[in-house]
Design a protein around this ligand. Structure first.
Ligand SMILES: Nc1ncnc2c1ncn2[C@@H]1O[C@H](COP(=O)(O)OP(=O)(O)OP(=O)(O)O)[C@@H](O)[C@H]1O
Ligand SMILES: [Mg+2]
Length: 417
């Protein structure tokens, strides 16, 4: 057994498409922690040439766990952290075998599957919509006749609103159903597993949407940031745009959002690590859209700082390693991020106006995450963010205005494919 620094060694599980790798690696380095990266793709590992890497099977759970255990035998681990939702179950199972702090694998698996999540939430006493599990082989017309309206159809285990479609009548239901079946047939949409053979229909929840970022420690939730989503998200597709914190909702509603998130976590059995909950507020009452056992997606976490400037990733890694977490108090300034909407399908030829956008007061950074020449795919089929705009300001209103101004300065030249 090697004895080099294993006291603080961390294994990061990194799926192919994660936006979050660099930020987690930076966090590990700034904490002075030795980090190893495990992935199923050699390209990911080669891109991270520096440091230790290990190739893991992300599809065969048992095999993946065996590989991690063998690795830990040689290089003892203090924690295993899943960088994205795709790998939370593997992280939980391997942690269980190695006796590391973890969520129950069953709880994480329920959080990964929107039908199992709905079932547990419906039994939790929280406000919950009607829902029904459909098979991709079902007769869509018949299912549409039997459905409730308005409803939302969605895949069980995709993300970034991919394949999430509102239907107000049977005709829209049938169209949405067939469209989701097609999405689920794509090679990167579940690899034909059981989840890719089902579709969830649930009642449409009206109301403004918020997202709560939190950290669970021994089952107790600490809210880290509550985000308002000021753009209406009424469908038929649900593109994420602006997130703003602090929330402008009344204090009493904010407290009930934290309480609902705590209750949702308990209903699933989640006890440890980051959670990201999405809710809609109906007459002051939070309705859970979903709760995920991960931190906020994309590059959105870059606008968060805690205490004396600690990043969200540093906070998550400190917690995972049992190191002291100095402060979970977000900085005083308001912060906002815009996930830049995909204007239309095509080939991204050029983005101009970046300098003007960056020069807008309050803008911290503008990042385009699709390479020139890359394909732009709008929702509901697409799932890659075009880019991100980050703002800080005295008030959420000012941060929102800065984001909209910067976005207005950007010009996207999109050609045919
Ligand atoms: N029952 C519902 N009622 C109203 N809106 C809904 C409902 N379900 C989903 N939505 C909308 O669709 C969005 C995406 O749905 P959901 O969170 O289930 O999918 P997702 O792909 O996991 O999203 P993400 O990865 O962005 O968190 C939600 O944020 C919400 O705006
Ligand atoms: Mg979601």
């Amino acid at each position: 057994m090697a004895s080099d620094g294993g006291a603080r060694r961390l294994l990061l599980l990194v799926p192919t498409t994660s936006y979050r790798v660099a930020d987690f690696l930076d966090a590990a380095h700034s904490l002075g922690v030795e980090v190893a990266v495990g992935s199923n793709r050699r390209q990911v590992l080669e891109a991270l040439a520096a440091g230790r890497t290990v190739t893991l099977d992300f599809h065969d759970l048992e095999k993946g766990v065996g590989q991690i255990v063998a690795y830990a035998d040689e290089y003892p681990l203090k924690a295993i952290v899943a960088v994205d939702e795709e790998v939370t179950v593997l992280a939980a199972k391997a942690s269980e075998v190695l006796g590391l702090p973890h969520n129950a694998p069953d709880a994480v698996a329920a959080a990964r599957n929107k039908y199992r999540m709905r079932t547990r939430l419906a039994n939790s006493g929280l406000a919950s919509p009607e829902f029904r599990l459909l098979s991709t082989g079902d007769d869509a017309e018949r299912a549409a006749r039997m459905s409730f309206y308005p409803c939302v159809l969605k895949p069980l285990a995709l993300s970034a609103s991919r394949g999430v479609i509102r239907a107000d009548d049977p005709e829209a239901f049938v169209a949405a159903f067939h469209r989701i079946v097609k999405i689920l047939e794509q090679p990167d949409a579940g690899a034909g597993g059981d989840e890719a053979r089902h579709i969830l229909a649930e009642g449409y929840i009206p109301g403004a949407e918020v997202a709560l970022e939190g950290l669970l420690q021994g089952g107790r939730l600490t809210p880290l940031a509550l985000f308002d989503k000021p753009d209406p998200m009424e469908g038929p597709f649900f593109e994420e745009t602006i997130y703003l914190t602090p929330s402008r909702l009344p204090e009493v509603v904010q407290r009930s959002i934290t309480a609902a998130t705590q209750r949702a976590a308990a209903a699933l059995g989640l006890e440890d690590g980051p959670v990201h909950a999405e809710m809609r507020i109906v007459d002051g009452v939070p309705w859970v859209v979903e709760i995920a056992a991960r931190s906020i997606g994309g590059l959105c976490s870059r606008i968060l700082r805690f205490g004396a400037g600690v990043t969200l990733e540093e906070l998550i890694l400190s917690h995972a390693l049992g190191l002291p977490v100095p402060s979970k108090e977000r900085e005083g300034r308001a912060a906002g991020v815009m996930m830049i909407p995909v204007p239309r399908a095509g080939k991204l030829r050029q983005v101009s106006g970046l300098a003007q956008a960056r020069a807008v007061a309050g803008i911290e950074e503008v990042t385009i995450s699709i390479a020139t020449g890359g394909e732009l795919v709008p929702l509901p089929e697409g799932y890659k963010y075009l880019g991100f705009i980050f703002a800080k300001a005295e008030t959420p209103e000012a941060a929102e205005q800065a984001l909209r101004r910067a976005h207005g300065a950007l010009v996207f030249d999109i050609g045919p494919l």
